[in-house]
Design a protein around this ligand. Structure first.
Ligand SMILES: [Zn+2]
Length: 288
């Protein structure tokens, strides 16, 4: 099954009078979505009781849950204090994910900083090796998804993410196509570019990783340094265009989790993506 859903709560959720994220599973199921990425970008400030209740609601309404870990995590840092706090944030994210019954946490690899890119990447590798050894065994069934990032000075090119994922099978990529588009100065132009990304993942991490890929998708504004801000599909001057990816997903029978990170219109754009994939799958009986 393909999963579509928002990153956090869209403006329309609040405009409809909802207040608590505990209402979101029922809300999403009612409008035809089946995934939700809970946002802990500003820290894991969520009580255990809330996590358990969200897990229960997600089970009731068949919503696939993932959790976005704090933005403060910086795996490439040379500062021992930040290394330690990054491990702490990952640990807290894993605990909250376990309580929510979420099977994926999404982590930003971090910044390049003042030294060289290869040094930052080597530090990220060491911290992730430590994560795989010391933290992940306590959280069986949860994958740590490393995200492709939109700014040039962040770690998180496709190759860097693939390399980090090759360290251990507890890691998998979170492919943010908007970010790849932004850091490549508009690189994702059509079907060929999407296919190239998917082929590179399949040949290095395996076809099953592509089959169940964790995808972030949004229109994005960029400049020389890469990403400026996320936009919405309604702002049609911003790419990348989802339609070629919808065609590939339908053609190859892929079953990804697709999270919309559109600015404020995550729910609407997740639905738009679902409809596009459905349009390409017309004639098939399997429910998207
Ligand atoms: Zn992210």
């Amino acid at each position: 099954m393909i999963h579509f859903g928002p990153a956090g709560n869209a403006n329309s959720f609040y405009e409809a009078g909802h207040k608590s994220s505990l209402e979101i599973p029922e809300y999403l199921a009612a409008i035809g979505l089946n995934a939700y990425e809970y946002q802990c970008g500003r820290g894991v400030n969520v009580k255990r009781d809330f996590c358990l209740q969200l897990a229960e609601k997600a089970r009731e309404y068949k919503i696939f849950l993932s959790l976005h870990a704090p933005y403060f995590i910086n795996l490439g840092t040379p500062d021992p204090k930040i290394m330690e706090s990054s491990l702490g944030h990952i640990g807290k994210s894993l605990t909250a994910a376990k309580d929510m019954n979420a099977t994926r946490i999404v982590v930003h690899p971090g910044s390049v900083g003042k030294g060289s890119r290869s040094e930052a990447l080597a530090r990220a590798e060491r911290l992730l090796a430590q994560t795989a050894k010391e933290l992940m065994p306590s959280f069986p069934g949860i994958s740590l998804c490393l995200e492709t990032m939109g700014k040039i000075n962040q770690l998180g090119t496709l190759d860097e993410v693939i390399g980090l994922c090759q360290l251990d099978k507890c890691f998998m990529p979170a492919i943010d196509f908007g970010h790849l588009h932004a850091r490549g100065m508009g690189a994702i132009k059509g079907r060929e570019e999407f296919e190239e990304v998917l082929d590179r993942i399949a040949s290095s991490l395996g076809a099953e990783v592509v089959q169940n890929l964790h995808v972030h998708f949004s229109a994005i504004e960029f400049a020389k340094g890469g990403e400026i801000r996320h936009r919405t599909f309604a702002e049609s001057e911003y790419g990348p265009d989802f339609e070629p990816l919808a065609a590939i997903i339908a053609r190859d029978g892929l079953t990804p989790v697709i999270i919309s990170e559109s600015a404020g219109a995550q729910t609407e754009d997740a639905l738009a993506m679902k409809e596009l994939v459905q349009r390409y799958r017309i004639g098939e009986r399997e429910d998207v």
